[in-house]
Design a protein around this ligand. Structure first.
Ligand code: PLP
Length: 421
């Protein structure tokens, strides 16, 4: 811990706190940065300590207090590197706690399984990440959890209202949606959920996968999200060199349920990954802001290019556009994902992709380097033709994730590749 009082810390910003929050150098030989705790297990000073730590982990008795009483047991349950990353993520998000995972899919699947039971129903805004949809349509259906899919966007809350039932357990939102950048009004969904009575008296949870916006430009908890999920592989890790995930919640009971199932299934990250994620958080804001500024220039350039039919980018929304009011409410910046429709079809889109020299032809997003891919043939190739049509995954569509390169170099690359279309 630092010398800051809680009142002083409350006035500071995440980019300041992320350099010190949750780590006391003087518990680690004065090391300014957290060392990597590459250990699978932790020694107890006394048997009584081990007994108390296990009781605390089971939810019995208070948290261990005092020097050398961190309650560390075994790295599948807890480890300093995981805990520092989790504390800093909770601080970034303005939520009570976080649970780290070995991938975004581990976070999403564990959070859903920990909060749903057979017979429950989910209302899911589509399109959403293909892995999440496959998990819902295949695995959850097999375990008696039914998912109703509705279209993301301004009409989503009305569509959800019609589907709410006495066994609805959650509304799952990915906003902006992938790959069409459609926005869903989280606060409107929360209002709907709060007014709804479940048969067992429980709450209808709002679960938001905030991977596409990232923690800098959107804080779903402020709009009413109960559970916020991330693929930390994207903006949080930010260098295309780690796979990781996070689930966050304000309700301690929810957090404990997610954490308990993670500990049982074993989907935690290893200490090295957690250390790298913690290190990446230090540059999260400057990476996200630089990428967003670059993306704004690239989107404007593409929108004015004769070989381009249409551009989807949050920074191009104007008053009067269907999503503009949601954007103003939910986002403090446009992020760095652009969808571009190249005039022609697959052949022209491929010609554009194959001639890019700086922007790499690869799936994923939110990294330091720019990446481009063809959703219809790659990330969304598993969708049915109707589902592709419904979410605008056309053969002429290219998705670009803009990085932190020099903006003029990116504009040159886009321009020279478009000459080959
Ligand atoms: C929006 C979104 N959610 C979740 C995931 C899954 O994350 P991971 O690949 O870290 O498991 C992805 C991956 O691309 C994604 O784009």
């Amino acid at each position: 811990m630092s010398n800051l009082s809680p009142e002083e810390a409350a006035r500071l910003h995440p980019e300041t706190l992320t350099l010190s929050h949750g780590f006391d150098p003087f518990l680690s030989e004065g090391a300014v940065k957290p060392p990597m705790f590459l250990t699978s297990t932790f020694a107890f000073r006394k048997s009584e300590d081990g007994k108390r730590f296990f009781a605390w982990m089971r939810g019995e008795g208070g948290a261990p207090t005092g020097k050398h009483q961190a309650g560390l047991i075994y790295s599948r349950f807890n480890n300093p590197n995981l805990e520092i990353f989790e504390d800093r993520m909770a601080m970034w998000e303005g939520m009570k706690g976080a649970c780290s995972f070995s991938s975004g899919m581990a976070a999403i699947s564990t959070a859903i399984l920990a909060t749903h039971a057979p017979g429950d129903e989910m209302i899911v805004c589509a399109p959403l990440y293909g892995g999440t949809e496959t998990f819902m349509r295949g695995f959850l259906a097999k375990f008696g959890i039914k998912c109703h899919f509705i279209n993301a966007g301004i009409g989503a809350s009305e569509a959800a209202r019609a589907l709410l039932s006495p066994v609805t357990r959650s509304i799952f939102i990915e906003s902006p949606a992938n790959p069409n950048n459609r926005l869903t009004d989280i606060a409107a969904m929360k209002q709907l959920a709060s007014a709804h009575a479940r048969r067992d008296g429980g709450a209808v949870l709002i679960m938001v996968d905030n991977t596409m916006a990232g923690p800098v430009f959107s804080k779903p908890a402020k709009c009413g999200a109960d559970v916020v999920l991330y693929s930390a592989t994207k903006f949080i890790g930010g260098h295309s060199d780690i796979v990781g995930g996070v689930a966050l919640a304000d309700d301690i009971k929810l957090l404990k349920a997610i954490n308990g199932l993670r500990n049982s299934l074993g989907g935690m990250p290893n200490p090295h990954t957690a250390w790298l994620l913690t290190r990446s958080l230090e540059t999260l804001k400057i990476r996200a802001e630089t990428a967003a500024q670059n993306a704004q220039r690239c989107a404007e350039f593409l929108a004015a290019h004769p070989q381009v039919r249409a551009v989807g980018f949050l920074g191009l929304l104007k008053a009067g556009d269907p999503d503009f009011e949601i954007y103003r409410k939910q986002h403090s910046g446009p992020g760095s994902l652009i969808s571009v429709n190249i005039r022609g079809g697959e052949q022209q889109a491929f010609a554009f992709l194959d001639h890019l020299k700086i922007i790499k032809l690869a799936v994923s997003l939110g990294s330091t380097e720019s990446l481009a891919q063809h959703p219809a043939a790659m990330t969304h190739s598993g969708l049915t033709p109707e589902a592709k049509r419904a979410c605008g995954v056309t053969d002429d569509l290219v998705r670009i994730s803009i990085g932190i390169e020099n903006a003029a170099d990116l504009l040159w690359d886009l321009g020279q590749a478009l000459e080959h279309v």
